[in-house]
Design a protein around this ligand. Structure first.
Ligand code: PRT
Ligand code: ZN
Length: 284
């Protein structure tokens, strides 16, 4: 049995649940109401925690794995391993100042008071850059600190940036981009590692599927060599004869990123009746 912690409520909750659901994992009873939920078809138990507690619980082995923002992982600095980057919960960590304050590079921060809930990340950053600022570690509502006269700048998470704007602040430095991570304890016993690997296998299958399209088309046989050259495919495209003499059907898998370009080129190369189909799972 693998025990995984996810955020109890908040920005990462829905996506964390969806991650497990897309991996085919069915949780018994309504997860949001409980502190823990057992999967009915996979050896997994889900524990719902505050995100700030997850790295510590993972380090201590109270849970085997967890889903938590990189910002929290870096701030807590626990001894854990990062297993996967999950692509949701994206945000950046920025220093911001009142919009009329003068800023001409990092040196402008010298001798300023910077309010943050991310004391460690900011302290490390400033030390590395040889900036001497006064850090005010506060526990919340960081954005209003400058207007209250508590600080000259802030260091906080920014999503769309509208909270900064609403508080008359502007970003002056981005320290890092963050997203949700799958983390695990420093050394899992083999049976738990095996379950984590199975979970990871499913996550990868979903991720590959989302990044690719299945494509089918008809073409005169004379055009096949040209068309094949355009198709990256997993190994090589499938070519099947049509009932109509001299024609074939070609099937392939095309990465999302180059998909539209390939489609145009295929038409020019003589492909007809092109069908594009989403892929549900893809194991490479
Ligand atoms: O109760 P618990 O401690 O579990 O939750 P929490 O309140 O600490 O965290 P929560 O749910 O707000 O966020 C969880 C994680 O989501 C964070 O640790 C980040 O990894 C990630 N994330 C992504 C964000 C944002 N985007 C975000 N925009 N976390 C916070 N914000 C804040 C931002 O600081 C601002 O105050 O949301 C506000 C709106 O942002 P703008 O820029 O869109 O206006
Ligand atoms: Zn939190």
């Amino acid at each position: 049995m693998l025990r995984i912690a996810i955020q109890k409520s908040g920005r990462l909750f829905e996506d964390s649940i969806a991650l497990l659901r897309d991996a085919g994992i069915v949780l018994g009873s309504s997860p949001s109401r409980l502190l823990r939920a057992q999967a009915s078809n996979f050896p997994l138990e889900v524990i719902f925690l505050r995100d700030d507690d997850i790295p510590e619980y993972v380090e201590e082995g109270v849970v085997d794995a967890g889903v938590v923002g990189e910002n929290v992982v870096l701030e807590k600095n626990k001894s854990i391993q990062i297993i996967d980057r999950l692509g949701f919960g994206k945000c950046r960590m920025c220093i911001a100042m009142p919009k009329n304050a003068k800023y001409s590079g990092l040196e402008s921060l010298n001798n300023l008071r910077i309010a943050t809930t991310y004391n460690r990340i900011l302290t490390d950053f400033l030390a590395k850059k040889h900036i001497r600022a006064e850090i005010h570690a506060i526990s919340g509502a960081v954005e209003i600190a400058p207007s209250l006269g508590l600080a000259d700048a802030i260091f906080d998470i920014v999503g769309t940036g509208s909270t900064l704007l609403a508080n008359g602040l502007r970003e002056v430095e981005t320290l890092l981009e963050s997203e949700a991570l799958l983390i695990a304890g420093p050394s899992l016993p083999p049976d738990k590692q095996e379950i984590l690997d199975r979970l990871l296998f499913r996550l990868n299958a979903n991720r590959n599927a989302k990044g690719h399209r299945y494509i089918l088309m008809n073409a005169p046989n004379a055009r096949i060599p040209d068309i094949i050259r355009l198709l990256p495919g997993m190994k090589s495209p499938t070519v099947l004869p049509l009932a109509l003499e001299g024609w074939s059907s070609l099937h392939s898998v095309v990465p999302e990123a180059i998909f539209w370009d390939v489609l145009e080129q295929l038409k020019q190369a003589g492909a007809e009746g092109i069908l594009v189909i989403p892929i549900e799972r893809m194991i490479v």
